[in-house]
Design a protein around this ligand. Structure first.
Ligand SMILES: O=P(O)(O)O[C@@H]1C[C@H](O)[C@@H](CO)O1
Length: 484
């Protein structure tokens, strides 16, 4: 990777100025929408002028600041305004802001823009989530030499605007009673507004919105593996549909009004919670925290969660039934939960291993779970005095090995130390092989761990604070017949 590229330096400056190592989510705020990030906590403002090769916007309504901070504990970096190609910037100059985000670890980019509406229901003041785009301009930032360390020469645009993020936006909009339309965005370079003939042509081709931005950044982000969501604030009807001449003054006036709604939609509490930890996967706990819930009630909760789009269910195993001798009841509750989910839902079972009397019981319940066809064995809720332990994790790994079919593990509860987490990871690597570990089969309960993990990334493998008792834990490789 060429270390001389300006985006490395820009990311270093942002890290140094904010004291934050990594940002999860980014937003680009379009014409007149710069106030959307005003409520951010721990705010640091950095002018684009301080960042090497950052293209400076020259249009009113685009302040040209990077705003960094946190929203409900989620680290966010926002670009207050963008440079447009109609301002005379070379297309490749738009690479720097997006690749800076990549260097900062951003996984999700939410773009906003002001746009013309081409359909009757896309009237001024409407918010619309972009589902796809049409690029007639052609000359995009990615022409020229490809940086293979960022992304491939040729890349797929089938889901350029993440279907999962669109789903989340729609759900948040419904919950907060914010009308949200959707549409295909046609990109013209500008600076002129389109002609009525161009607008008619765009309508025929399937466009619903028209604008002068967003597409170069979407292409650059998709190329870099960043997930994109984009929201248009409709500020006028397209030329020929609008009864009045189009102007940038109108854009700014309308976007100011819609900006408030937009900020609710992007950063509503609900969405923040969902985006925390993992930007796209939504998990919810069921029968939590004691595993003693009323089956009719928690089954209904689980159904609602699935209907609302939950991707993962974390079900607390009815371990008290089991411990009270009602094993059949416990197993039947587990089976009912497993039967409820649809094909794509991930089911994790929390055994609450710290409440089980011995490792033999951990093993027995693990075996029952595996036979039921669940996706993850998870140690703990974090609500009991004893949570994740290497011993229980070791039993999980042995049970999975003996069962012979893949199943993930999730040590959770009380893991606050990078080195401790690393040891759990090593256990899984020893059992399954380093190359076999991925988020599909290995997770941590990360809420108490996140800060330490981020802080500890630089000191990987140098920590020496592993608890002594963990050093002796090991698990045999898959399908080795070591007795347990
Ligand atoms: O939000 P963006 O930058 O896309 O804003 C649109 C396109 C032009 O920059 C401007 C025209 O009024 O608004």
């Amino acid at each position: 990777m060429n270390k001389n590229k300006a985006y490395y330096e820009c990311a270093d400056i942002i890290r140094a100025r904010t004291g934050m190592k990594r940002f999860r989510t980014a937003a680009i705020l379009g014409s007149g929408l710069g106030s959307v990030l005003e409520g951010i906590d721990k705010k640091t403002v950095i002018s684009y002028a301080e960042l090497p090769d950052f293209p400076l916007p020259k249009v009113e309504g685009h302040a040209g600041n990077v705003i960094c901070g946190e929203i409900n504990g989620v680290s966010v970096v926002g670009f207050q305004g963008r440079a447009h190609l109609y301002e005379g910037h070379p297309p490749q100059s738009l690479l720097t802001p997006i690749r800076t985000l990549k260097m900062l670890g951003v996984e999700v980019l939410v773009q906003t823009n002001s746009a013309g509406g081409l359909r009757e229901n896309l009237k001024p003041g409407t918010l619309a989530v972009i589902t796809d785009h049409i690029n007639f301009f052609g000359n995009i930032p990615l022409t020229g030499e490809n940086d293979a360390a960022i992304g491939p020469r040729f890349f797929d645009m089938t889901h350029a605007y993440s279907p999962e993020l669109i789903k989340i936006m729609k759900r948040c909009a419904a919950e907060y009673c914010i009308p949200l339309k959707e549409g295909v965005y046609a990109y013209f370079m500008g600076p002129n507004f389109e002609t009525p003939a161009e607008i008619r042509a765009m309508k025929l081709l399937g466009a619903d919105l028209v604008g002068m931005s967003t597409v170069p950044e979407t292409l650059t982000a998709v190329h870099a593996g960043i997930q994109v969501a984009a929201l248009s604030c409709v500020t006028n009807y397209g030329a020929g549909i609008s009864k009045t001449p189009l102007s940038h003054e109108e854009t700014l006036a309308e976007s100011k009004i819609a900006g408030k709604k937009m900020s609710e939609l992007i950063f509503v509490k609900h969405a923040r919670g969902q985006l925390k930890g993992t930007p796209v996967k939504i998990a919810t706990v069921i029968n939590f925290p004691h595993g003693t819930g009323n089956p009719a009630e928690y089954m209904e909760t689980a159904k609602q969660a699935l209907e609302s789009g939950a991707d993962e269910l974390d079900f607390v195993f009815p371990y008290r039934d089991w411990l009270n001798g009602n094993r059949t009841v416990a197993v039947s509750k587990l089976q009912s939960m497993s039967a409820l989910r649809n094909g794509r839902t991930v089911l994790k079972i929390i055994l609450e291993t710290g409440e089980l009397p011995d490792l033999k019981t951990v093993r027995e319940i693990s075996d029952v779970c595996l036979q039921t066809g669940i996706d993850f064995l998870k140690t703990s809720t974090g609500k009991t005095p004893v949570s994740a332990s290497p011993e229980a994790t070791s039993v999980f790994l042995e049970a999975i090995r003996d069962f012979g079919h893949p199943c993930g593990i999730k040590p959770s509860g009380g893991i606050r130390d990078y080195a401790v987490a690393d040891r759990y990871l090593s256990m899984a690597e020893t059992a399954w092989g380093k190359d076999m570990i991925s988020a599909a089969n290995f997770r941590f309960g990360a809420s108490g761990l996140l800060d330490n993990l981020l802080g500890g990334l630089s000191s990987l493998h140098t920590e020496n604070t592993v608890q002594q008792d963990m050093k002796n834990i090991s698990v045999s490789p898959p399908f080795n017949n070591t007795p347990h």
